[in-house]
Write a protein that binds this ligand. Structure first.
Ligand code: ADP
Length: 485
């Protein structure tokens, strides 16, 4: 079963995942950067300070040593002073190292060892030395100083190694942070794209089905139920659409049943009326004068018109219910067109219209129900005559055309009538539709083209119109060529 998640919830979920990845990446980067800052602070505050101070320590010790040697040779008081200032500097730098936080915490360290040794050898202050009158009491033995220099040098080298290893750690951390950042970026791009794809996909499919259903309703007035693909708002919309389509179908069926029932009911009394009118007109009931005959003719024409209308109404409901059977047989287009033109000739003549036909010889045969197809052609020619002004020409053409799906025979009827506005051309094939320009002026009920369309489509053909307001119309239909032999 599909989970019942709405569009909003899906969007939120997607947004939440994206934001989690985004903030997750930021948190990881933040932790790494903090570590990098900590390591670099350690290096700067401790190792570098030890490095500089230890260098100064060595310098001071060397300076002390030099002054001892010089004093021993030259006995000048200045060397004593220099020695003492070097000693102070030494103490100061050693102190600098010992006050570093890491040194304070460390229980054992080289620097502390040197410091203790130094305290053991520390000479009396400069003034006090003079009082002892022994110059050598002032000095720290040179061997001791050398020992310290060596110890400091070793500690210094160790410190340099520590700096190097910390630098490597920094580099590793930096690289890992970059990797995490890249992975986070890639994952968020992937999730973003996949989310967009799945969300649009999950909305597009139901929308496509809905569009198909709506298209079918606007074309045919009916639609089959569309599949309900999701359980979100679009799924609900699809369900509501199906309900509406079902109701439309039901109402259409009821209307069609009603029209069919009504037509049947009217047809029986109409036949009796027609018979009675005919009997009177044939003077079976006694002589009829000229005036009475005129009225009888009008009545007979009207009865014919109504029964044609009833026939059309019944035919369309039977076509829609699939009750009319098409009995296809090989059909010669030439004979078929000539026969129809011949039948329409009196109507054309009555309106002073020249009815022309252009049927090349040797056309291939088509497969169709001659009666039904003739009804189509008669309807098209009849409309052309009906809508053409007096004295114009109507021409019927047949030609062979190459279309998608093979060779077809195309029948077309052109007139020089008023034409049909472009926005109405798609509508005239619907039942009862009549173009706005002719509705008031020309008789009709708007069923002929709808019936023709159904008949042509039942033959696997297509019906069409090309028209321009003011310059006439061409109606036509194509039928597939019969493959013989
Ligand atoms: P009817 O002719 O009874 O109105 P049809 O279904 O045959 O019904 O035609 C539907 C409508 O199409 C007509 O009312 C008219 O508006 C338009 N039409 C059909 N044929 C032509 C034509 N040859 N010229 C102009 N308009 C036409």
């Amino acid at each position: 079963m599909k989970p019942n998640i709405g569009i909003m919830a899906k969007l939120f979920l997607w947004y939440f995942v994206l934001v989690s990845i985004f903030y997750g990446t930021i948190v990881i980067l933040f932790i790494h950067i903090q570590e990098i800052v900590r390591i670099s602070e350690e290096v700067v505050n401790q190792n570098y300070r030890i490095s500089t101070a230890s260098k100064k320590l060595i310098d001071s010790l060397l300076w002390m040593e030099e002054n001892i040697s010089k004093y021993d040779l030259l006995k000048k008081e200045d060397y004593k002073e220099h020695f003492v200032s070097a000693q102070r500097e030494f103490e100061e730098n050693l102190n600098n190292i010992l006050t570093l936080p890491s040194e304070r915490e460390a229980s054992e360290s080289v620097w502390r060892g040197i410091y203790h040794d130094y305290l053991a050898h520390v000479p009396p202050a400069y003034g006090a030395a003079e009082e002892t009158e022994s110059a050598h009491a002032l000095w720290i033995p040179v061997e001791i100083i050398n020992g310290w220099i060596q110890r400091i040098s070793r500690a210094r080298t160790k410190n340099e190694q520590e700096i190097e290893s910390e630098m490597r750690r920094l580099n590793r951390r930096g690289r890992t942070a970059v990797q995490y950042g890249m992975v986070g970026l890639a994952v968020s791009i992937l999730v973003g794209l996949l989310g967009t794809y799945f969300l649009t996909h999950s909305m597009n499919r139901p929308l496509r089905e809905l569009r198909k259903g709506i298209g079918s309703i606007s074309r045919k007035g009916l639609s089959d139920p569309i599949p309900i693909l999701t359980k979100d708002e679009l799924g609900q919309l699809a369900a509501a659409f199906n309900e509406m389509a079902q109701r439309l179908k039901e109402e259409e069926r009821m209307r069609s049943d009603f029209v069919s029932m009504l037509s049947h009911e009217i047809r029986t009394p109409l036949t009796s009326i027609r018979e009675s009118v005919n009997l009177i007109a044939e003077e079976v009931m006694g002589p009829v004068n000229e005036r009475q005959r005129r009225f009888l003719t009008i009545a007979s024409d009207e009865i014919t018109r109504i029964s044609e209308l009833l026939n059309h109404l019944m035919q369309i409901s039977r076509l829609e219910a699939g009750l009319i059977e098409i009995d296809p047989k090989p059909l010669d287009p030439h004979a078929f067109v000539i026969g129809s033109v011949h039948r329409m000739a009196p109507a054309a003549e009555a309106k002073g219209i020249s009815l022309e036909s252009d049927v090349p010889p040797g056309l291939p045969r088509v497969k169709g129900d001659a009666d039904h197809l003739q009804q189509v052609l008669l309807n098209l020619v009849g409309n052309a005559i009906k809508f053409s002004p007096r004295g114009k020409a109507v021409s019927v053409r047949v030609e062979i055309v190459e279309e998608e799906g093979g060779e077809k025979v195309r029948f077309s009827v052109s007139d020089a009538g008023p034409g049909i506005p472009e926005d109405e051309q798609g509508l005239i094939f619907y039942k009862y539709y009549r173009a706005s320009g002719v509705r008031q002026q020309v008789d009709g009920v708007g069923l002929g083209l709808s019936i023709s369309k159904q008949i042509v489509e039942a033959h696997g053909g297509a019906i069409w119109v090309k028209s321009q307001v003011g310059s006439g119309s061409t109606f036509g239909f194509t039928l597939p060529v019969l493959r013989e032999g």
